[in-house]
Design a binder for this molecule. Sequence first.
Ligand code: ADP
Length: 317
Amino acid sequence: MPDITAIGELLVDFTPYGLSELGQPLFERNPGGAPANVAAAIVKLGRTAEFIGKIGDDAFGQGLKSVLDARGVGTAGLILTKEANTTLAFVHLDDQGDRSFSFYRHPGADQLLREEEIPYAILDASSIVHFGSVSMSDEPSRGATLAAVRYARQKGLRISYDPNLRSALWGSLDEAKQWILEGMKYADIVKVSEEELEFLTGSTDLEKGSRLLAGPFATELLLVTLGDKGSYYRAGELVGLVPGNLVQAVDTTGAGDAFFGGLLYGLLEDGRKVNYWSSSELERLLRFANATGALATTRKGGIPAMPTLEEVLASMK
Ligand code: ADP
C-alpha cells in the first residue's frame, strides 16, 4: 500500500553543466519529471510511493523504468508504449542561473496516458495522490489526470498538487492559467514558486498573493518556494516565512520536488489535517522541507539528487 501515488511525467532531463573549450554548453543526462522526482524523494526518505504514467518503450524509457525499480518506486502503474517516444527535457540556464525548459515531445509518450489506463486500485490504496500541470497540458493525459484526481477526491484521499508551469508545453499562457486553476479545485496541498504565484494571481506580495490563490479554493496548505530564501506557507489565516538553509548549490533541478517530498513526508508522519497545526508545527515542517530541497541542490539531476532522512536530519543540526 503506497503512502503516495504520483501521476504524470517521467522523462529524461538534459542539463548544461559547463562549457566546452569552444564555449559550447555541455549537457548531462538525468532521470527526472516532477511527479516522478517527488515519488523518488518520498522513497529515499523512507516511505513508499507508486508512479502512474507512460513512457516510450525505447532506450530512454527502459532506462527510466530501471531507475524507478532500482530506487524502490512502484511501477505497477507505469506503461511502456510503442506509440511514441519518451519525452526529453532540455534545461536552459540564464546569466542569473534561472532555469527555463524546452521539450522533445511530438508527441511524448507521457502525454498519451489515457483515462481507461488509470489503475484505480493503486489510487484506492494510497494516502496521498500527487499530480502536476505538465500532464494537463495536452489530451489525452489531461483527461486521464483529471479523472484520477476526481476519483481520488471522491474517495476522500488527500491530494497534493504542483502547478509547475512549463510555458513551452502550452498553446498560450491563458490556456495554461485556465487548466492550472482547474487543478486547484481538487488539491488540498499546493506548492508554487514565487514566479508562479505572480503568474496566477498578478501579485508579487506573498501575503496577498497566497490569499488570492488559496482563498477561493479553500486550500488546506499553500507553499510558495523562494529558492535560497526558503519558503512561505499559508494554512487558512496562519502565514509565515521560513528561511532557507545555506548550501553550495550545484544544480537546482528537482529542488522544488525534493522540497515537496520533504513536506509530504512530514504530513504523513503527523497524519492530522493542517487546520489543527500550530504555527510552530508548520514552521518545523517547512524547516524539514527546506533542508530536503537545499540538499537536492548540492547534487546533479532530479531523481539522483534526493537525500535520505539521515542526511536531512544531520543537515538541520
Ligand atoms: P522550484 O524548483 O519549485 O522553483 P525552488 O528553486 O524555490 O523551487 O526550491 C525549492 C526549495 O528548495 C526552496 O524553497 C528552498 O527551501 C530549497 N532551495 C532551493 N534552492 C536553494 C539554494 N540555492 N539554497 C538553499 N536552499 C535552496
